[in-house]
Design a protein around this ligand. Structure first.
Ligand code: SF4
Length: 345
């Protein structure tokens, strides 16, 4: 049962935490229900303050391979939120972060020949999701990172939370950093309370409860500052990278297609195709980059096949899937391998 005072208490609590020091705040936003709830509650807390003595950065990491339905929703929401922020004279700054060009998914796979991520070789999470956010936050000294982490989310999440215990139940220690604390005002919220929070708070209007509910289905979407267990994708059923091959099947995209998002069909087919293609020995170098015998990177021929297929997928789906600067980097990396005498096909 939802406690009616919960929103009020949480908003007051956030307000008091904000006022108590000068440490800058960074809110990790994914477009999912939990981070949307934290953003809504924080927005309402800021409405109660007249003089905002510090900025709050709202960070969205666009990996370049996010589910495009979610990315489009977030870009659109950010535009509308910026207007509401100005209207109410609030301290929010909205930032879209991207991985470094050399770390982008297709630059790694098509340019360098990395096999798409597996349980054993999950090279993607740091490069695509953790580093862009931590590079941005590391520019400041001390910082408080607001995340929509919840205890009741999963047993795995509970174990992760207890590893980061700070002694204060709303604050978690950040890996390898004394200067950074994670603050989750909804740590004790149940799933139901999160949805009711989203529905019951009127402002900001830009966070569209119905739209989140509609696209969210039963997926999860946190792949941020707290890492998930090695060998697992960024959540068992979640919106993540549409290219994710850590999981055998992308249930979230499959469900969305079944529910009418036909535009995702071409992306789904590409992901399933590359999942099989990755393990075909004929398309992998005989040696790894360190010279050891074994399944190495994709051959140049394989990388060309993948690029071709990706461009066809882009045309058929109508989604922008690869940027010009990524293509330039890919061609540069092909040249460097072709001219490298130590590179074995
Ligand atoms: S969703 Fe999959 S591909 Fe994307 S960062 Fe997480 S594990 Fe890697």
């Amino acid at each position: 049962m939802f406690n009616k005072d919960l929103n009020l208490n949480t908003v007051n609590f956030i307000k008091n935490e904000y006022l108590k020091d000068d440490i800058p705040w960074y809110l990790g936003y994914s477009g999912g229900k939990d981070s949307s709830a934290v953003l809504k509650l924080t927005f309402n807390a800021m409405l109660q303050i007249e003089n905002h003595h510090k900025k709050i950065y709202i960070l969205y990491c666009d990996t370049g391979v996010e589910n495009p339905i979610v990315t489009n929703y977030v870009y659109h929401t950010f535009e509308k939120l910026s207007l509401e922020n100005e209207l109410h004279k609030l301290p929010f700054i909205f930032k879209i972060l991207k991985p470094k060009i050399e770390d982008r998914f297709f630059v790694k796979v098509i340019g360098r020949g990395y096999p798409t991520p597996t349980n054993i070789f999950r090279w993607c999470t740091d490069k695509l999701r953790i580093n862009p956010v931590s590079d941005f936050i590391n520019k400041s000294g001390r910082s408080t990172i607001l995340l929509g982490v919840r205890k009741s989310e999963s047993e795995q999440r509970d174990r992760t939370i207890s590893k980061h215990d700070s002694g204060n139940e709303y604050y978690l220690k950040q890996n390898n950093s004394k200067n950074k604390m994670i603050f989750s005002p909804i740590i004790n919220h149940s799933l139901e309370e999160v949805w009711i929070t989203l529905k019951s708070l009127e402002l900001p209007k830009s966070i569209d409860y119905k739209k989140i509910r509609e696209i969210y289905q039963d997926a999860e979407s946190e792949c941020g500052a707290i890492k998930t267990e090695k060998g697992k994708a960024c959540g068992s059923s979640r919106f993540g990278c549409w290219t994710c091959t850590v999981v055998r099947q992308d249930k979230s995209v499959k469900n969305m297609i079944l529910n009418g998002y036909n535009e995702l069909n071409e992306l789904y087919k590409f992901r399933n195709w590359i999942y099989e293609f990755r393990d075909n020995k004929n398309f992998r170098c005989r040696k790894r980059r360190n010279g050891i015998e074994g399944l190495g990177p994709f051959t140049i021929e394989a990388r060309k096949i993948i690029l071709n297929r990706l461009i066809k997928t882009e045309t058929k789906s109508g989604f922008k899937l690869i940027e010009q600067e990524e293509l330039t980097k890919i061609y540069e990396l092909w040249d460097s391998d072709i001219n490298n005498p130590k590179y074995f096909e």
